[in-house]
Design a binder for this molecule. Structure first.
Ligand code: NAD
Length: 372
């Protein structure tokens, strides 16, 4: 790899010689593994150029430690458009048939999989087999068994697997976790997580069991599960759940509209949560302890997150979630940094075990014990 001085000299020379090209193009994309004294840059290929990928890509323009260097899509026009927009050369653009060839591409360190839920499993395993780190969007898979297979595949390939849990880096969320860990809220007794929105277009993949793996629980309810775990700071040992459905045409068999669920924790703390595709204005976390409380509302939207505790308003500044997430993930992958709340594959599997149990509880009406 070139030294930083070589890089800057090349950059200066190329800027004079080729003023119309970005630094990335001007260097022939040979070395972009450097950043301004922040450490090496994680070079990321984005797979699935849809709605959320667009948000991630825009946010990544402000990253200090992560950069888009590859694209994977089934639509040639999107590859063309995104390639031009983000300066990704043709040799770093792939489709779903040939992306295994990234194994021979030294410009790509990691692939961020942002496709419909059902595709994450096979795509992450192919990424691992190509020797690249994988970041999977949530839910990482359709069930815990699939999630564990992804964890195992990445472990045996010697690559890291992270899940796109952006809230794990959100400053107000982290402040509540700090307060809880410092004992400022006292013994934790109760958590409430309400996550939902009213879903539109009935033909979208989110309402297709084969692609989504379920309904609101897979998509938005997972935030309440994940939030219950990082807010209470324990792994639940039992779950009960009840499903209600008002529209059986839109929400077909296996696609949940609304689920209420309860979690029990080893300390005796309990959580009461709601996941729905049928109600707007539902994005709220409430944590109650013997000495205080914390409330976040909105709690998991794109922000700014707002919150208060028994001590007053939370004032930590907002930063675009995906910018911070990708910079932090670069540190995790390249430097071995340990985040306050894990974002690795096992964290995703833990959520999926709870989702499996919630669906089992809805089907049986029985409380499910969790072996965590
Ligand atoms: P989307 O429909 O906007 O985009 C999905 C992309 O996958 C599209 O570009 C589509 O062309 C592509 N695709 C590839 N194969 C496909 C197939 N067989 N069927 C349908 N589409 C296919 O969806 P999205 O909102 O971008 O969601 C993608 C993933 O990101 C989901 O797993 C979702 O849960 C996750 N997501 C996460 C967040 C977050 O805040 N972390 C937010 C939104 C979505």
């Amino acid at each position: 790899m070139n030294s930083r001085r070589d890089f800057l000299q090349k950059l200066a020379a190329s800027a004079i010689a080729m003023p119309f090209l970005s630094a990335y193009d001007a260097l022939g994309n040979t070395d972009f593994h450097l950043s301004d004294n922040q450490g090496p840059v994680l070079r990321v290929a984005i797979m699935g150029l849809g709605g959320y990928a667009s948000r991630v890509a825009e946010a990544m323009q402000s990253c200090k430690r992560a950069k888009i260097t590859g694209l994977i899509s089934g639509t040639p026009a999107k590859l063309q458009e995104w390639g031009a927009k983000y300066n990704v050369p043709e040799k770093n653009r792939y489709n779903y048939e040939n992306f295994d060839n990234i194994k021979d591409n030294p410009d790509i360190d990691a692939v961020y999989v942002i496709t419909p839920n059902a595709l994450h499993h096979d795509q992450v395993i192919r990424v691992a087999k190509a020797g690249k780190h994988a970041i999977s969007e949530k839910p990482m898979a359709l069930n815990a068994k699939e999630g564990q297979e992804m964890v195992d595949a990445c472990a045996s390939a010697g690559v890291k697997l992270l899940v796109g849990y952006r809230m794990h880096f959100e400053p107000k969320t982290l402040e509540v976790i700090r307060m809880r860990q410092a004992g400022e809220l006292g013994k934790i007794l109760f958590f409430q997580g309400q996550c939902g929105f009213r879903i539109g277009d009935p033909s979208q993949w989110r309402l297709n069991k084969a692609l989504a793996g379920g309904g609101s629980m897979m998509d938005i309810g997972i935030y309440a599960i994940n939030g219950a775990r990082y807010m209470v700071g324990e792994e639940p040992v039992w779950v009960t759940a009840q499903e209600t459905k008002t529209d059986t045409i839109k929400f077909k068999e296996g696609v949940d509209e609304t689920i209420q669920f309860q979690l029990g924790f080893p300390s005796g703390a309990v959580a009461s949560c709601l996941s729905t595709y049928n109600m707007n204005y539902l994005d709220r976390f409430f944590l109650n302890g013997e000495k205080g409380f914390a409330e976040l509302q909105p709690s998991t939207g794109y922000g700014p997150i707002k919150g208060r505790t028994n001590k007053g308003e939370l004032t930590q500044p907002h930063e675009t979630h995906q910018t911070r997430q990708m910079d932090e993930m670069a540190g995790i992958i390249l430097d071995g940094n340990k985040p306050v709340v894990p974002v690795d594959g096992l964290e995703g599997v833990r959520d999926l075990k709870i989702i499996d149990a919630i669906y089992a509880a809805c089907a049986s009406g029985q409380r499910q014990d969790l072996n965590t």
